[in-house]
Write a protein that binds this ligand. Sequence first.
Ligand code: NAD
Ligand code: GLY
Length: 376
Amino acid sequence: MAKTSLSRSVVQKPERVRVGLGKRSYDIILNPGGLDRLGEYLLDLGFSGKVGIVTNPILQGLYGRRVERSLKKAGFQRHTISVPDGEQAKNLRWISHILDELLAQRFERQSVLVALGGGVIGDMTGFAASIYQRGIPFVQVATTLVAQVDSSVGGKTGVNHPLGKNMIGAFYQPALVLLDTQTLRTLPKREWTAGLAEVVKYGMIADPKFFGFLESRIEDIINMDDTSLHHMVKRCCEIKASVVAKDERESGLRRILNYGHTIGHALESLGQYKQYIHGEAVGIGMVQEADLANSLGLCAEKVVARQRDLVRRAGLPTNLPPLNFGDLWGAMLHDKKVARGRIHCVLPKAVGKVTVDPLDQKAVKTWFRQVEKHQA
Ligand code: NAD
Ligand code: GLY
């Protein structure tokens, strides 16, 4: 389990971050303890009638009763739909199961789905909501750090295919995102630490001040100091909301959110999704992509050093595992960010500033040889 707070526990006021997308705009509500107010929040949005709670047995055991109680108090009819825990269930078979349940329970266009869980549950629920009767509203109640700072915001939904991760899906925005940071206290430590990679990412791609905040508060954050945690999650949501509002469908700016993911995804796939969990691979990916940027003359050595140091202090790995260049390059080519055969990689120019550039295989190979020597 993650370490619980050793410092004073401060009750944070509920706050909202708006994701501005015209008619599809929505609020992210940050409210420690807010799980108990879910019913009220749904009433505020004008919902009534049936609510389907999509979750897994772990989340159901931890938080299912509180969510149910809150919805009951607000007068909703509830139906829980459980899928197995883990990435293996993120597939069309379990989407089909969710749809079967919705049909059997006569869910209508006005009914609502609630995703109670991490990124897996959120991505699946959003996708099921996007296709059931051509689209019903859904709400993200995000319970992992990855989900609170990244996956619950922005409307990327979907499932995996045997031939590729996240290959089937839709852009479909939630009606609301509810973040109760208290739920992070029950997260397994490895999952919590992995989420910090996405947090560090926001500092590097968009906000040097936030990067500095993380450098000065990383120990407090690891110890789950309420004030630091609240500020951290809120700032990540603000940055993600602003990027998504400018480029919902990833035709330009949104690609910066993939910093660390070109090498990160390659490492995940080379390790057959067993060696690293996503955030761990992204931690290595960010350090290595910063190092690559330095080798390409895009950023100073100091930027790489700060990147490496913060990732290390967050408790994440920073070095490449033993591998050969051909395998790494091959895996990097097998990615959604490849356009017309060219790998487009997010590379830092400074802390808080990145560029997205096509990679030249020869230059990357030269960099890789230096890393091999250095890590030997
Ligand atoms: P996850 O959803 O698998 O959750 C990790 C583990 O923690 C699971 O075992 C889960 O049951 C458990 N868990 C969740 N909340 C808990 C809590 N509060 N207490 C105790 N246990 C808890 O993993 P994740 O990292 O949240 O999400 C990963 C998924 O998100 C991947 O499928 C990835 O593709 C997707 N993702 C999507 C986006 C997006 O923009 N849509 C962004 C990033 C990641
Ligand atoms: N997680 C990357 C994105 O939402 O675009």
